[in-house]
Design a protein around this ligand. Sequence first.
Ligand code: FMN
Length: 166
Amino acid sequence: MARILVAYVSKKGSTAEIAHAIGKELQVAGHLVDVTEMKSVLSLEGYNSVVIGGPFYMGSIMADVGKFIARYEVALKKVPVAAFAVGLAPLGKDPAERDNAMKKLQKTLEPLTPVAMTIFAGRLDLTKLSWFQKWITEKVKSPVGDFRDWTAIAAWARELPAKMGV
Ligand SMILES: Cc1cc2nc3c(=O)[nH]c(=O)nc-3n(C[C@H](O)[C@H](O)[C@H](O)COP(=O)(O)O)c2cc1C
């Protein structure tokens, strides 16, 4: 049994729910899991592995992810790390858009060598957006709805312990 931290950042809640779903799968696999907002993490002491997750906004992964990695770089280099990003890029028809998003995720994680890395489709709920965010998403014709694939999310999480060697 390992102690695993799932550290996430989320503006509108969809990444938080994905982080909790991943945590649940890891718990079911018999591990001790904390699912915590990155900003509230005070130490990585005692964790055998860490899962990091954050959403894309305006072409970049939320800055909290890079800040979290910079802050805990030394500790994160000592344990297996997995990472996921959340966005609408996976829904795009253009493979270049998806490749670009993956490159951005890789770049954000650069100081680390993650054992697993993926981008999940997220949720765009117009009722949760500011007028400016609504305007932006209408301008770029973003798909609206909840595109989270809970089966794929659970399957990814179930593979983590073996990849992490825990
Ligand atoms: C203003 C705005 C900008 C966004 N920009 C991107 C983007 O550049 N790339 C992307 O893949 N998704 C983008 N998205 C989609 C979000 O990543 C998606 O809604 C995600 O599920 C939000 O996560 P959260 O609910 O945890 O905040 C954007 C959404 C909004 C509202």
